[in-house]
Design a binder for this molecule. Structure first.
Ligand SMILES: [Fe+2]
Ligand SMILES: [Fe+2]
Length: 147
């Protein structure tokens, strides 16, 4: 299993969820809530798995430390925006604007990972190490599904 392909699959899934959320009418509250909860779970799980398995391996290399630091900050920002959106959902305000903010932040982060962080990781991590990380991520994902 290819690590970068695995992570890109998650990115694509998040992008598709944003697209579907954008198509849902304001009035379709239940569908919107369901899609948002799916997106939230997806993003939280993805960032958590990257932080647990992928980023620490990269951080061992000095060259990667700056980019990993930026990525961690972006994960935090994404987490805050998700929480704000969850709150807005409950209160019924500002939803579309907050969704657009989250989408922008997530797409920026995904783009940065795919165009800067992944290429750097491909240079720094041995193929066997990347493979082991991919397996650890897949294992955690499978375990989470069983719950
Ligand atoms: Fe990330
Ligand atoms: Fe990612």
């Amino acid at each position: 299993m290819d690590l970068y392909q695995l992570l890109r699959q998650d990115h694509l899934k998040a992008k598709r969820l944003f697209e579907r959320l954008g198509e849902v009418a304001e009035a379709a509250t239940k569908t919107r809530e369901r899609l948002f909860q799916e997106l939230k779970q997806e993003l939280e799980r993805h960032t958590e798995l990257e932080e647990k398995h992928f980023y620490p391996a990269l951080e061992r290399h000095d060259e990667a430390r700056e980019l990993v630091g930026e990525s961690l900050e972006e994960h935090d920002e994404i987490g805050l925006l998700i929480d704000a959106l969850d709150q807005a959902e409950q209160e019924g305000g500002d939803w579309a604007m907050r969704l657009a903010e989250l989408q922008e932040e997530v797409e920026f982060h995904i783009d940065e990972e795919e165009t800067e962080l992944f290429p750097q990781a491909q240079e720094l991590l041995a193929a066997s190490e990347a493979e082991a990380i991919a397996q650890a991520i897949a294992r955690d994902k499978a375990a989470a599904k069983e719950k």
